[in-house]
Each structure stands twice: as C-alpha cells, then as structure tokens.
Design a protein around this ligand. Structure first.
Ligand code: 5AD
Length: 459
C-alpha cells in the first residue's frame, strides 16, 4: 500500500486533525511515514493565523513540487486545513502541482480523495464547501508513537469554529461558525482513549467556554462546558483533564469553581489576553477589559494559588502606541505568567484589522516583540525557579525527548520534568518527584524519592 507523509503547521487543533486523517488512512491500509522521501502522498495540514505560517507551507509545497514531482510525477501533493479553506482555487493557481485542496470541514473525505487521485480516476480535487455535522466527523485517533512512546496524553476536539470575530483573526473565516459535539459523543471518544492507555485528555476548541451554548445550554447553574468537564471527569482510569483555549469573556464562576471541585482538572490555564491596553482590546473586539482580566486571574488564584497561567499576546496591533505597549508590559509584570506566546501582529486579508488606520511599522513591531519576550521569559523563569526543592506530582509520559535513557512527565501546571526511572513501572502513572535543578524551561527531578505507590502521599 502507498506511503503517506503528513506535515502539520499551527495549533493543537491542526495536530489533532492530522492525527485523525492519519488514522483514517491507516485503517485503509496506507503506511504513515516520517519523511517525504519515500512518500507516494504528501499532505500539508496548514495554518493561516499568521502570514509566516502560510509562507512556510507555500515554500514547502514549492520545494516538494520540484524535488518529488520531478522524479516521480505520480506523487500526490495535497494541502489541507485553514490555508486550503482560505485560499481554495487560488492555491492551485499559485501552485499548479497541487492535486488536492481539502478544506477544514472535509478531513474525513481525505481517504476517498487520495484513493481517487492515486488511481487517476480524478486529476485534481478541490473541496472547501461547508458540510453540516462535520464537527462530529473527526473521531479516529492514531495515537502518536508506538511502544515506549505510545501516547499517555491525547487531544479530543469538542467543537469547531468561532463566533467571536476578533478583528485580527482569520479563524472564523477558515473554521466557520461555532458548532459543538454532543456530550455523550465526546465522553464515548474519551472512554475509548482511556481503554487504549491514555491517562490525560486535553479538550480542544477555539473558545471552549462557549462550548454547547446553543445546543446544550445552562443546567443547574452550570454552563455546558462545565457539564462536559464533569462528564469526562467521571471516566474511570482517566487521571487528568486539560482544556484549551478558554476566552476571558464569559469565563464564568462555575468554571473557576470547577478547579476546586474536580480533582482531575489540572491546575493550569491558558487564557489569551492579547493586549494589556483597553483601547487596543476594544479595537480587537475582545469583549473584556484589562481590569476584568485581572479580576479573573485573581479569582482563579484565590481558588488555587499554584495555578499555572499562560497566555497569548499580540504586539503591534494597528493603533498600538508605546503607551499601549507599556500597559501590556505592566500587565505581564503584575500577573507573572508561567509562560506566554508573544506574536507579532500579522495583517490577514479579509479581517477588519487589516483595513484599520495606524498599521505599526515592522521595526517597531520587532522591537516590542523582543522587549516583551525578554521580560516574559525572565518572569516565566521565576515560576520555574520556585519549584526547585519542591515536591511535585507528575504524569509520566515516556522516555525523555532529549535523552531516551531518562523518563519525562509533566506537572499539573504543564511543566516538563525529566528524571531517571524504569519505564515499565512508571509510564502512565501519577507520581511524586522532588525537583532538584532547572534547565532553561525543563525541570529535573530527583529519582531517589520517587513515590513507589502512585497517588499515595509520601511519608
Ligand atoms: N497576528 C498575530 N497573531 C495572531 N493571532 C491570531 N491572529 C493573529 C494575527 N493576525 C494569535 C493570537 C491567538 C493565537 C492563536 O494566535 O494571539 O490567541
């Protein structure tokens, strides 16, 4: 059977979509390979959030057309996901060697389309139509890695699309309107993963706290998302639940309290702030103020002072002055995020912000990016330093990515811990380790005091 190479750009949602396409192809007998060299089919799963991500995928496709198609004209080249959705036919005009353009609601058609292209029954397929019910079509998992690295942690997509229309963001146009899956459906998928050895599940959505607003609604004072968390929490054998990303707007008290009530919910929150300036937040159409965000952080830290908080920040949004930027710096200073993704504003055509006055010159964006990133890194590092000498609970995922003779796990706050230990004994277990030193953003645990019986406190 033919070999398929899938390369993924962008967010966890894209990783999850690629994994599902890989699982569907594997079920049909295809082999998933790790480089393009032996591949008969190459699929790029793309991202449109920033221009850089699009340019990378376009460059890669150009390169594939030259290196693969020249020697093997029958190789099938496909572009899937957000850029496929966003650019459609124009992608083929720009890259005439592309055989398949597959939109974000069409991943489940990948096997049939690939087969038709390989057989030659169709020369080219472009499908970026919307498809009702597509939010529920991605269910198969090809858990990354086999054997020692078989997944302890997996992503589950709970919804598709976004209705927030932040003025900088292309996602509502590439992923469509918000659509949520049913709770039972999601729980079913999670249960199957747990039966296959998964111990940690990350629930994925563009704005997870909007999950099921229309389809499910509030019950007993709890939002649909909290109802979902409770249902997933009930799965026996599952140790940990994470989710990404919530939006600060509509981040209800029920979700804050969930951190107190649901012990499997990891003490970790990725909450995108985007800017610390109210003027900019308003122009971004974020729907909250700096004060409201700070209040949310305070409430969360009140529930759990050790909660690990990360965020996304954009610098150089149109109209951002040095004073606005200073407000972002000050906010970062006062919150002390465990880490943050700092992005340079990227003009996305078709979004309202791309037409706004006050586009910020590139050099200023570069300068603000470097200044903020430096401070974020210093502050984030302090949250790691505090853990040295402390005992933490980690979920052991498998051999360390850097050094396969050691093991690796994550704290509830999502910090990587490397330690020495026996894989068969610890994989998939929650154990306690003492942190004895710190690398750049990696913690090293002391194997001497590893708790041998998981979940019991150390004496
Ligand atoms: N330019 C820069 N960053 C962006 N993001 C979304 N759109 C843009 C853009 N046009 C960032 C936001 C979002 C993250 C996934 O990507 O910070 O939270």
């Amino acid at each position: 059977m033919p070999n398929v190479y899938i390369k993924t750009y962008g967010c966890q949602m894209n990783e999850r979509d690629s994994e599902a396409v890989a699982a569907q192809l594997t079920a049909k007998g295809y082999h998933i390979v790790s480089t393009e060299h032996q591949a008969d089919v190459v699929l790029l799963n793309t991202c449109s959030v920033r221009d850089q991500a699009e340019q990378k995928a376009i460059g890669k496709m150009r390169n594939l057309a030259v290196t693969l198609k020249r020697d093997r004209p029958n190789v099938v080249l496909g572009v899937m996901g957000c850029m496929a959705q966003n650019r459609g036919q124009s992608l083929v005009d720009q890259l005439p060697d592309v055989d398949l353009v597959l939109g974000t609601q069409k991943f489940h058609h990948a096997p049939d389309y690939v087969e038709a292209l390989l057989k030659g029954s169709q020369r080219r397929i472009i499908d970026t139509e919307s498809e009702p019910g597509s939010e529920s079509t991605i269910r198969e998992h090809l858990l990354h890695g086999v054997g020692d690295r078989a997944a302890v942690s997996a992503f589950v997509s709970i919804m598709q699309g976004c209705n927030q229309y932040c003025t900088f963001c292309i996602v509502p146009y590439t992923r469509g309107k918000e659509r949520s899956r049913a709770i039972e459906d999601i729980v079913d998928e999670c249960r199957q993963l747990v039966n296959r050895g998964v111990r940690e599940i990350t629930l994925l959505g563009q704005i997870v706290n909007s999950y099921g607003k229309r389809e499910i609604g509030i019950r007993d004072g709890k939002s649909a998302f909290v109802q979902l968390l409770e249902a997933v929490h009930g799965i026996e054998g599952l140790h940990r639940i994470r989710f990404t990303s919530p939006h600060p707007k509509g981040y209800g008290d029920d979700l804050i309290e969930a951190y107190q009530r649901l012990p499997k919910l990891c003490p970790s929150a990725h909450i995108p702030i985007q800017s610390g300036s109210n003027q900019i937040l308003k122009r971004m159409h974020r729907g909250y103020t700096r004060e409201r965000f700070l209040e949310l952080i305070e409430k969360l830290r009140h529930v759990n002072p050790l909660l690990g908080i990360t965020t996304d920040i954009i610098v150089g949004f149109p109209g951002e002055t040095e004073e606005d930027f200073q407000e972002t710096l000050e906010l970062a200073e006062s919150v002390v995020f465990d880490n943050a993704f700092v992005f340079k504003y990227s003009q996305r055509s078709g979004t309202p912000a791309s037409e706004m006055d006050g586009q910020v010159p590139k050099e200023i964006i570069e300068d603000r990016h470097a200044r903020l990133l430096k401070r974020i890194t210093e502050l984030g590092h302090q949250t790691y330093e505090k853990l040295v000498g402390q005992e933490v609970e980690i979920l052991v995922e498998g051999p360390s990515r850097r050094n396969a003779s050691r093991l690796e796990g994550r704290t509830g706050c999502n910090k990587i811990v490397v330690f020495e230990g026996n894989l068969d004994r610890f994989k998939g277990q929650l154990i306690k380790v003492r942190i004895d030193r710190l690398g750049s953003f990696t913690l090293y645990g002391d194997p001497a005091i590893i708790n041998l019986s998981p979940k019991e406190p150390l004496s």
